[in-house]
Design a protein around this ligand. Structure first.
Ligand code: SAH
Length: 353
């Protein structure tokens, strides 16, 4: 038996070519595209407007999902859902998270299985690099959650470094954005990067309306070298220049992420260094108490230290928000998405039914 390709691996022009090759009129490929990305069809039988023969042909040639659902878990409060999606022929898997808030629903999706950036406090960084996801596999995470209700925001903050899988990530963004498919607004998507300077520059030039967040976590090279080894290659001065270029060229605000680690980067000295580094850059700082991970000894900053850090930034006129942690009971918090190579989560998830 030959394995069928995933329909999600096709770009729109590629699907058009396949359908033309089958001797079908062009509007058929538009119907299929809409069915897959707009109505979230998962079976050929869902396409009631297509002739039987074409449905059969679709079924014989393609599968509608390339990844399999290994497990799904919901937090005790019911607002956070995490799914583990794996490759049929491998142990590797990635995680994606859906978070419901009062007025928005955010998906946090992965771009790589594992990660090569080796940030010390991040569970995915502790795993090392596994593999890249294709554009279709990135989009598939969004399609997985589609039946659970409307989504208002998508953040590329799951496993992996999006700018280390640049092409596939951008193709996924363009496909999510495609008005003939999902039509998901670019301004409601956010890419988060560890700070790969050449890719920030390229992203700046490409002028997508997607938001950009940079994981800073330290404002001195000495400390950032330790927490984010990538800083040795792209130190703070080079990173600042790229961020300034982004803001100047796009006219958009940039976000900085800062995981507050008790006694490591939550002192007023780092707050001062951060404010000096930012200067007059148009930005927003997101502070989030560290989520515990197996391979890192650090702890979250206590509430008072986090509040003092925030107050110190605010006193210097830097917009910032202290985030609440979500999904900790299912290890769905930032930097906790670490399905090991074996695909077995640390605590058992409920099997998907
Ligand atoms: N590679 C991308 C996406 C990583 S995950 C990046 O580096 O930005 C999204 C955010 O979670 C990043 O800011 C990352 O630094 C942060 N993060 C990683 N581990 C964390 C942890 N244990 N606690 C809190 N935030 C964490």
């Amino acid at each position: 038996m030959t394995t069928r390709a995933s329909l999600l691996e096709l770009s729109r022009p590629q699907l058009e070519a396949v359908v033309a090759d089958w001797g079908e009129p062009a509007y058929r490929s538009a119907q299929i595209w809409k069915g897959v990305y707009h109505r979230h069809a998962t079976r050929a039988e869902d396409f009631t407007s297509l002739p039987q023969a074409l449905r059969r042909r679709l079924d014989e040639s393609f599968v509608f999902r390339g990844l399999e659902v290994r497990a799904e878990a919901r937090s005790r409060d019911g607002h956070t859902t995490k799914v583990l999606l794996g490759w049929p022929s491998e142990d590797r898997a990635v995680e994606a998270v859906r978070m419901e808030y009062a007025r928005r629903t955010t998906l946090c999706i992965s771009t790589q299985a594992g990660c090569a950036m080796a940030c010390s406090f991040c569970a995915t960084g502790q795993m090392g690099f596994g593999r890249n996801l294709s554009a279709g596999e990135i989009v598939e995470q969004v399609l997985h959650f589609a039946p659970q209700g409307p989504v208002t925001n998508i953040v590329f903050m799951g496993m992996g470094e999006p700018f280390h899988n640049y092409e596939a990530t951008m193709e996924a963004i363009d496909r999510l954005n495609d008005p003939q498919g999902m039509g998901f607004g670019a301004r409601r998507m956010t890419i988060s990067t560890v700070g790969l300077v050449p890719q920030i520059e390229r992203f700046t030039q490409e002028r997508r309306q997607v938001n950009l967040a940079v994981s800073l976590h330290a404002a001195t090279d000495e400390l950032r070298d330790q927490l984010l080894p990538v800083n040795r290659k792209y130190p703070l001065a080079a990173l600042l220049e790229a961020c300034r270029g982004y803001v100047a060229f796009t006219g958009r605000r940039i976000s900085f992420e800062w995981a507050l680690i008790h006694g490591v980067n939550d002192g007023l000295d780092q707050a001062g260094a951060l404010a000096a580094w930012i200067g007059d850059l148009t930005c927003h700082v997101n502070l989030i108490p560290l989520n515990p991970t197996g391979g890192y000894m650090g702890a979250a900053s206590p509430r008072e230290r986090a509040a003092a850090f925030r107050a110190s930034l605010q006193a210097r006129g830097i917009p910032c928000t202290l985030r609440v942690r979500r999904g900790l009971d299912i290890e769905a918090g930032c930097g906790q998405l670490a399905t090991r190579a074996a695909g077995s989560p640390r605590r058992p998830l409920h099997r998907a039914g």
